[in-house]
Each structure stands twice: as structure tokens, then as C-alpha cells.
Design a protein around this ligand. Structure first.
Ligand code: ADP
Ligand code: MG
Length: 696
């Protein structure tokens, strides 16, 4: 057993950087273990860079309230540190070690890896919780992986998170909204719980600014030395990586179609370069599925190209699909993983030697003036580009092909990304803080404060949803109920309204479908067939009602995967819809919502949708020949997305679920409404006067 520091024994060697208590450890001590008697996973663990810092990490966590750990992707932070803590006794006495991740898929993947390393069954000693999926056993789970969003929800029932001894907020550099909220809230909890330890870990971070954020108040600092409390100054530990050199190639001329360009780069690597797997960074399910399809087609009649094992990687993949990604590449084959930015730092894939970087990712942007939030394929930052490049140097020197010019990289790419907190709609964030009893939202202690306009907008929307009252307090029961449902407030409101409108069975299905990326199968190369399949289910009232037809068909087929295949429906997605729907039913039951079917009275259904999504109402432009709509609130130009059943149908009035932005703002998931409903369901939001001068 490797040694680790115990209180009362000689401390490991520290280097003080002379700047106010910030500690760096020298990495000069090595693991002297011969490896004798260890299983091969144990040896693998010992080869990871963090292993050398085991004693140092445990010492810092013991003696500091907050420890910041910076280390290159793949150095073992996520999989090893929770195990070190467990071995050192932090989970004794029924306590639990938590490790949060921004992404659901990362939670599942690292939890199953850690369970495997520890030789235990996933869901027992090691478990995970993501929204709508809880694989833990409160009696035995000691190491728990969860999304930061789930941990925020746990605070609603247990505001001080009393069952946790150590909370490791991982991937902090991603700066997701939930991570930032969590950091702000944990800082508060720390004042009340000196026994709690925080670890903030990330691949790249301005460790100093994070450290400044976690400095505690003077008052507490005075106690130091007299009590057994940990130091309040955060410690910083930097884990030295061991990445190999990666040679970078740029395009000489920019390309317009990065999917095509990525595909041809894969093929020429395969033709010209020695063995080694390829990791391609694209932006989302659509372009990833497209690239996978193109590569599979290439391999169909070509022996050399058929050596490629092409795998997509994005959230929502089944466990079986995830396993393929992590399983070793068979001899004579070359794996090509086509991924969103999840493989940038959250997941480590062994065997990658070549990286292809499109230079883009899908990002959320929000404009508080127009109140429009959309997902945009936007340029990544230099910091992200460097991370992507680093993925090629894990096992030996690698190569990175950037699908943009060097000039572009140097002159146009922003140095750092903007925290999600500062480019998102904060409706969900505000309601969560309110539910946690934080009344002064504007004065909350954020790592990077959002703009007051965005906060005010969120308060306004919540007020119009009936979730907040005149004093900006949660209303009872609606506000508390909406906060209780783990979905965006607009969907939650829609669910509550459905109880009164007598269509909760239908709305539950719609809510479940909306919480899934897409229920349709990938269309690349078969757009016509997909469109035809969609027409079979299409309802004149729009996408939401169409979902009900698909769901009904799926049930009538006895949930058959063949039926899904025949109809261009994603079987995995439908299985997920069933699961989510079941969970929502349970929540609804708890909230006292009466489950009732409206037997296809689509007016009730559309009214319920409007009760949640009235802020997304749009009217077609009177003389528009190209299907241009304007949002009622902000007069913004929007169009129906080609994937909607209402594309080219262009009804007069619609509400949409979300916007995606490419060359235009496109509404995804659209349903027809009667404009009269707007003043009925949201009188504060739409005053009569506002609508009256619009032609009906
Ligand atoms: P970090 O969090 O520092 O990026 P991780 O703890 O995620 O590093 O990974 C450490 C190492 O564990 C990786 O380099 C890889 O070798 C191995 N590993 C992690 N997850 C898996 C997995 N799902 N399958 C196989 N190996 C894995
Ligand atoms: Mg990690």
C-alpha cells in the first residue's frame, strides 16, 4: 500500500511561492513502489501523473478548506483523487465523497471507470446521479459522481449538503452556469461547515482568481491556529503533466464546409500516416452524424477505408455506444472518434495520435434586449484549441490538423471563452437561487457576475410565469412547484397548466420529448426518406402534437426497435423518453397534479404549451414570401426550422421551444396558437394594447 500523509507525522515537502499562502508542491518525489503484487489496473493507476502527488493532495485537503488542483487532461484528477480520498478515510462513518462534472456523459463514463478500477459494481460503493437517472444506493455509496446541476438540486433538500465530507468541483475551467452557481453557494456553505472540504480541479484555470474568490472573511481567519479548523487560504497544487509534442498543421486557405474537410482529412491521415487513432472535433449531433455517415459510406466499397472504426461521441449516447469508444482498437483497425467538445477535457481517450480540430463548437448566446437565447456554432477560443491539440500527445508524439489558417488562429480567435453565466438566459438559475432562499440575487457572490440586465430579464419572465410575486419571492404553490420540477421553468409551468387544462398525460409526453435532443434518426444521405417518415406523423397543429403521434405509434408497435428503424425514429431516444416520462409522472404525482388525458383535444394541449412558452410567441409577417416571423415581444426576425413539420406551412401565430442560429434564427419545435390565448395565460406579459394593433 502506498504511503500517505497522516496528521501528526512529518509533513511532505512544500515549496512556498512567497505569495500569501499559495503553495506549490515540488514534484520531485517519485512513487518508489515496485508494483510487485499489484494488479495491472493498480500499475496503470501508479503511472498517472497525479499518483506522485497523492500524499501532497491528501495533506492539502486535510489542512485547507479549499484546494485548487490544476493538471493536464488525462493526468488522473477525476478518476484518482476521489479514490485517494476514499482510501484515506474521507468516506468513513457513512460520509460521502462527491465529484461533480458539467456533463452527464462524463459523469457516467468516469463513474464506471472508477467502479472498474476499484473492482466494485457500479451503483454500490461507487455510483452516479444525473438528471432522471440515479445509480446510487444511499446505504453503501461512498464515492458519488454527479452533474453540478444535480448537486444544486440536492441543496434544495439539504442546504448544507451534510452527507458530503469532500466535494470536488471538477472541470471548473469549463465555467458552466451550474459550476459557477455551485462555487458561489459552496463558498457560503463553507462558512457554516468548517468540516467540509472543497477541491476545485480543472485542466486550465486562472488559479489565482479562483483562489481569490475562495479567500474567506477576516473574521474566520482570526480563529486560525487556536482551533482545529483548516486554513482558510486556498491551496493551489499544480500537477505536472507528461504530454508528448504535437505537431500542428494549419490550412492554407479557409474552408466553407468543415464537415467535408474533416472527412477528407481523416481519409488522408489513414492513407499516409502510421497507425494511431483519430479524434475529430465537430460541434453537435447533426454534423457529427453527418461525418460518421460519410465515412461509413466511404468504407463500404474500399478495403483500406473499411479499416476505419467510426464512432460518434456526444451526450445522449447509450452505455453500449460509450463502451465502444473506450474499448481498445483491434489490431489492423484505426478508430475515428467524432466528438463534440466533450472530448476536449472531460473525457480521456487512450490511443489518440491524430486530432482534427474544426475550430468550432456549439455555444449558447443570449441577448437580454431582445430576450433571445440561441445555440450558435461559434469559433472556439485559443485556450480550447490548445486543449484539443493536447489530446493528440497522450501516448506518443502526435499531429493536430487545424481546419483553419494560422493567420486566423493568431489574429481572430479569442484568447479565452466567455463564462456561460455571461452569455445565457438566467431564468433557471434565478429560480434555483430563489428556491434555495437566496433573496438578493443581484448581490450574490459570483465568480464572474452576470449583467444586471440579464438578471432583471429573468426576474421579469419568472414574474410573468407566476413563479415570483411582487416582492420577487417564490409564489406558493406555483413557484415552489415549478422549482421542484427538474426542467426549465417554462416546461415546468406547461406541466402545471396541463393539470388544470386536463391534458397532463399528453403534456408529460411532450415535456419528455423536449428534454431529449431529438427523437428523429440521423438523416444524412436520406433527407427525403426522413421527411417522408416525418410526414406520416405530422400534425397540422405542429411539432408538439406530432410528438404525440410518434409516441402513440411507438407504444402500438410494442416499443419495437424495428418500427423505429422503419420510421426514421431514434430507438434509444424513444426509450429515454419513456424513462423521463415515468419520472415526470412520479414528480407530478408528488405535486398533486391530476393525470388526465384530453383525448386529442389539441386546443387544451396547445394552451398548456402557451402557458409555459408565451414569451416565445411569434407572428408571421403579413407580406412575407419567405416565411419570416417576428417575435411579439422584441420584433426579432425568426424562421421555422426546416426540421419542423410546420416548415413551409407557415401558420399565422406560433410559439416555439428554442432557437438555433445559423445563417438565420430558426425556431425549433413549433406549435400553432390562437393569439387570444396570450393575454389569457400571461396578462402581465402581453397587455391587450400590445396585441390589439396587430392584424389577426
Ligand atoms: P483527468 O481528470 O486528469 O483528465 P482522468 O482521471 O479522467 O484524468 O483519466 C486518467 C486516465 O485514466 C486516463 O489517462 C486514461 O488512461 C484512464 N481512463 C479514464 N477513463 C477511462 C475509461 N473510461 N476507460 C479507459 N481508461 C480510462
Ligand atoms: Mg477529468
Amino acid at each position: 500500500m502506498a504511503q500517505f500523509w497522516k496528521p501528526g507525522t512529518e509533513k511532505p515537502r512544500l515549496l512556498d511561492d512567497g505569495e500569501g499562502g499559495v503553495l506549490f508542491f515540488s514534484s520531485s518525489y517519485s512513487s518508489s513502489s515496485s508494483g510487485f503484487g499489484f494488479s495491472s489496473t493498480e500499475k496503470q493507476r501508479q503511472r498517472l501523473p497525479v499518483y506522485k502527488y497523492r500524499t501532497a493532495i491528501l495533506y492539502l485537503v486535510e489542512t485547507h478548506a479549499t484546494t485548487i488542483i490544476v493538471g493536464e487532461t488525462g493526468s488522473g484528477k477525476t478518476t484518482q483523487i476521489p479514490q485517494f480520498l476514499k482510501e484515506a478515510g474521507w468516506a468513513d462513518g457513512g460520509r460521502v465523497i462527491a465529484c461533480t462534472q458539467p456533463r452527464r456523459l462524463a459523469v457516467q463514463a468516469v463513474a464506471s471507470r472508477v467502479a472498474e478500477e476499484m473492482g466494485v459494481k457500479l451503483g454500490e460503493e461507487v455510483g452516479y446521479t444525473i438528471r432522471f437517472e440515479d445509480l446510487t444506493n444511499p446505504d453503501v455509496t461512498r464515492v458519488k459522481f454527479l452533474t453540478d446541476g444535480v448537486l444544486l438540486r440536492e441543496m434544495m433538500d439539504d442546504p448544507l449538503l451534510t452527507k458530503y465530507s469532500v466535494i470536488m468541483v471538477d472541470e471548473a475551467h469549463e465555467r458552466s452556469i451550474s459550476t459557477d452557481m455551485l462555487l458561489g453557494l459552496l463558498k457560503k456553505i463553507q462558512r457554516r461547515r468548517p468540516d467540509l472540504r472543497l477541491i476545485i480541479s480543472s485542466a486550465t484555470i486562472e488559479a489565482k482568481s479562483m483562489s481569490t474568490f475562495f479567500q474567506m472573511s477576516k473574521r474566520r481567519r482570526g480563529l486560525e491556529g487556536e482551533t482545529l479548523e483548516p486554513k482558510v487560504e486556498p491551496a493551489i497544487l499544480s500537477v505536472e503533466g507528461r504530454g508528448f509534442n504535437v505537431q500542428i498543421f494549419y490550412l492554407e486557405e479557409p474552408v466553407s464546409d468543415y464537415v467535408q474537410s474533416a472527412v477528407s482529412t481523416v481519409l488522408s491521415i489513414h492513407e499516409q500516416e502510421p497507425p494511431g487513432d483519430i479524434l475529430v472535433f465537430l460541434t453537435g449531433q447533426d454534423d457529427i452524424d453527418a461525418a460518421v455517415q460519410l465515412l461509413i459510406e466511404e468504407g463500404q466499397n474500399d478495403r483500406k477505408k473499411s479499416e476505419l472504426i467510426v464512432l460518434p461521441l456526444y451526450s445522449g449516447l447509450s452505455r453500449a455506444e460509450q463502451d465502444l469508444i473506450f474499448s481498445p482498437t483491434p489490431r489492423g483497425k484505426r478508430k475515428v472518434v467524432i466528438s463534440t467538445n466533450i472530448a476536449e477535457t472531460s473525457l480521456t481517450l487512450e490511443g489518440i495520435v491524430y486530432v482534427i480540430d474544426s475550430g468550432f463548437s456549439k455555444q449558447r448566446f443570449y441577448n437580454p434586449i431582445t430576450d433571445i437565447e440561441s445555440l450558435i456554432v461559434a469559433p472556439i477560443s485559443k485556450a480550447s484549441a490548445r486543449q484539443r491539440t493536447g489530446r493528440a500527445g497522450r501516448i506518443r508524439p502526435g499531429k493536430c490538423y487545424r481546419l483553419y489558417t494560422e493567420e486566423y488562429f493568431i489574429n481572430e480567435m479569442p484568447a479565452e471563452g466567455i463564462p456561460e453565466m455571461q452569455r445565457s438566459n438566467l431564468v433557471t438559475c434565478v429560480i434555483q437561487l430563489k428556491a434555495l432562499g437566496i433573496d438578493n440575487i443581484l448581490g450574490f457572490d459570483w465568480p464572474s457576475p452576470p449583467s444586471p440586465e440579464v438578471m432583471v430579464r429573468a426576474l421579469e419572465v419568472l414574474y410573468s410565469l407566476g413563479v415570483l410575486d411582487d416582492d420577487a419571492k417564490l409564489t406558493s404553490p406555483i413557484g415552489f412547484q415549478v422549482a421542484e420540477i427538474p426542467l426549465e421553468p417554462m416546461i415546468s409551468k406547461m406541466i402545471l397548466a396541463s393539470g388544470e387544462l386536463g391534458c397532463s398525460e399528453e403534456i408529460m409526453t411532450i415535456a419528455a420529448v423536449l428534454s431529449i435532443q431529438s427523437i428523429w434518426a440521423s438523416s444524412r444521405g436520406a433527407q427525403k426518406e426522413l421527411d417522408e417518415a416525418r410526414l406520416r406523423f405530422a400534425a397540422a397543429e405542429g411539432d408538439h402534437v406530432t410528438f404525440l403521434n410518434v409516441y402513440k405509434g411507438f407504444l402500438q408497435s410494442n416499443k419495437s426497435s424495428q418500427w423505429c428503424h422503419k420510421n426514421f425514429i431514434n430507438y434509444q431516444a424513444m426509450k429515454k423518453v419513456m424513462e423521463v416520462r415515468e419520472q415526470l409522472r412520479r414528480i407530478a404525482q408528488r405535486l398533486g397534479i391530476i393525470m388526465k388525458s384530453c383525448e386529442r383535444d389539441t386546443t387544451a394541449i396547445r394552451k398548456a404549451v402557451t402557458a409555459g412558452f408565451f414569451a416565445n410567441a411569434c407572428q408571421i409577417e403579413a407580406y412575407s414570401h419567405n416565411g419570416m416571423y417576428k417575435t411579439v415581444r422584441g420584433s426579432q426576425e425568426v424562421y421555422i426550422h426546416p426540421s419542423s413539420v410546420l416548415f413551409r406551412v407557415n401558420p399565422k401565430w406560433v410559439v416555439y421551444h428554442s432557437l438555433v442560429s445559423t445563417d438565420r434564427q430558426y425556431m425549433r419545435n413549433v406549435v400553432t396558437i390562437d393569439p387570444g390565448w396570450l393575454t389569457e395565460v400571461a396578462p402581465h406579459f402581453y397587455q391587450q394594447r400590445q396585441l390589439s394593433h396587430m392584424p389577426h
